[in-house]
Design a protein around this ligand. Sequence first.
Ligand code: UT7
Length: 325
Amino acid sequence: MTRAKILGTGRGLPERVVTNDDLAEFLDTSDTWIRERTGICQRRIAAKETLLELCEEAARQAMDQSGVEAGELDMIIAATLTADHPLPNLSSSLQRVLGADNAVCFDLSAACSGFIFALTTAQMYIQSGHAKKVLVLGGEILSKIMDWTDRSTCILFGDGAGAAVVGVSENEEGILAADLGSNGKKGGVLSLPGRPVENPFRPAEKGPEKCYVHMEGQEVFKFAVSQVPASIRKLLEESGKSIDDVDCFVLHQANLRIIRSAAKRLKAPEEKFFINMERYGNTSAASVPIALDEGIRSGRIKKGDLIVLSGFGGGLTWGSMLVQM
Ligand code: UT7
């Protein structure tokens, strides 16, 4: 069976660093509270960049590393919930700026699991022979959907983008398995209202003036600490692998306490978990590819390593993936 393989990765981050102390200047919070409850020390906020610019940077790095030219891409899948505009879609805008004229382009929405869902989609197209080289992105400018007066949410999130070029594996390396899931019944614990319907045949409804993320933090926390280890355990069991076989776990960077809890429940050493949330906060769909790229470029993730990628969040959705690098 044809196997899909990650050929290169990249990341694009806004220049502006916002520390916890910066937030404490206008919010009733403190550096100590944020560090102790989340592990986050600072985040990047798009003070001037567009999401397209962040994604273009990530894509160009991933293409450079993989040696894949824009014209060779036959598909671009962008996972996001904060595209600069609904039309044209982010992936088609990327096609334009990259000159990837032969690519089929579509966006995908699965919140913080988006990159894993997009990577799985790319894998399916490659496995079935319908695509050979796919650019996969996870990118967000979450700062535009935050209520900056709500200290329980806005302190968690950051902006950024991550990318991977996926191609056909010539050997045993590549994406070995994936486990995806959704629980729409619990969707209300992490939500973002949309524009109310208003047309000549329907009177305007009174909707929110501005649309911000609403999160029941503890509910999301409980979901994450039970679902993430369960998904990873299932993935490993079905692949005939054990925790000991895994060299590095790259989890969605939502909260250090969630990662520590997952490590404990999986009986895996914490040192095996890649962590960079202290610098970027939670960047939703971008967090796994940004962490993967940092892991690879820093030498922490090496050729031949067996790694687990795992995302979880709004929907509720979750997804884990086993990759032989
Ligand atoms: O991508 C997936 C999306 N999200 C997540 O994964 C988030 C999952 N949840 C969490 O990470 C945590 O629930 C939070 C970090 C959001 C909150 O931590 P917590 O330990 O669950 O705190 P809490 O909501 O129980 O709040 C404890 C106290 C409250 O005060 P009282 O009622 O005890 O007086 C809050 O008002 O902390 C207060 N608080 C804050 N204090 C200072 C909430 N936010 C802040 C803040 N600074 N930023």
